[in-house]
Ligand binder design. Sequence first.
Ligand code: A3P
Ligand code: MG
Ligand code: MG
Length: 377
Amino acid sequence: MTYQPPFKRDPGPSSVKQTHFLPLPPSTHDLPPPPAYHLPALITTYSHLPDRSISHDDTSMTYYRPAPIGCDLSYGFERRTERDEEVDEHLDGLCESLEKVEREGQGKGERRGGVITWRGMITRIMTAPFEDRDGWQMTAIALDGSVYLELYDPSEARARKRQQESSWALQSYMGYAFESFSTVSRDHTDEENAVKGWGGDVNTNVQWCNVIRSAIGEIPLCLGGEVDCVRSEIGSSYPGLSETMELKTNKIIENERQDAVFHKKLLKHWAQSWLLGVPEIQVGFRDDAGILRSQKRFETESIPRFIAALPNPPWSTPPALHFLHAVLSLVTTHVLPTDPLVTQPEVRSSVQDKLPPATVWRLSFVPRRGVELYKIG
Ligand code: A3P
Ligand code: MG
Ligand code: MG
């Protein structure tokens, strides 16, 4: 199927390089209604444990308890355990959990013809029309009827990013500390103590992941992403997506400029949560020293209306949804036919032992311009 985006597809100079170019949609209000993003349905969950190993259950799920105002988000910084960013996990956890679901007899038919990836990749694509600084690259391959999409992060780029991040280490830590101050784990049975706060044990290996299926327009999506916590009684079993929450931190807002920056940031918070079906975002506002000063709750689905009511809305959802649909149409149109199980059916029997060689594609985003898709091997 060839998708005709409602905005002009510019063949541009890139057609010489045999790339497919898709420009950004206009950010005006006269776009036609965008394709719908379907209500996410939960497929499965799994947990990363303190040593980063995977347990196919809700061991790492935590329960929301409001962080105490006045708590120090820099507490425990020197004792933190950070995930080894050198290890590129690709889509391993997500694929392992899907394989388990399939082994246990649930079909994969609904994902055929679509895209399997981390929620963060879809957030990047959706927010690209409003991104004027950071470009990105992704790798796409087709296998067994689906496109697998992951971040392409060559080691030099990763080293550069790590260096930048080291200067933000404390700030980043405070985000995790807020999550820890706002949650208690399932084996924490002492509710009174739990409410008082937390002991400073940030370990970024620990994550609770939800795997959902959804669709943008007619394109099926299977997404994995971290969920911060649930609104439920300590020790209870997972109540479902409707009770999940995302936790975020922000510097306290003291002037109009900071307010405008926060409104821009809400695009990523909204997209990240909405894609996975997380209905609530709790934002903790901290001062420069890391002291939590206030908190505010946002309903994910009402964030776009809140932004639209501003005198100069910095973003809106139609360009984001149009662009997501157009990019994924481009990807599925070109990448799916290169599925080795379609082009070389004889390799199907060997698939259980070893993945067949796949055609590798690159999706590359240049801010303010658009994306290019090209074959790299
Ligand atoms: P904040 O977003 O509140 O600052 P998430 O909110 O996605 O669950 O991530 C939890 C915290 O991890 C973030 O909290 C931030 O501190 C840190 N973090 C997430 N992504 C990051 C990145 N790319 N670089 C540095 N820190 C990051
Ligand atoms: Mg998180
Ligand atoms: Mg969070």
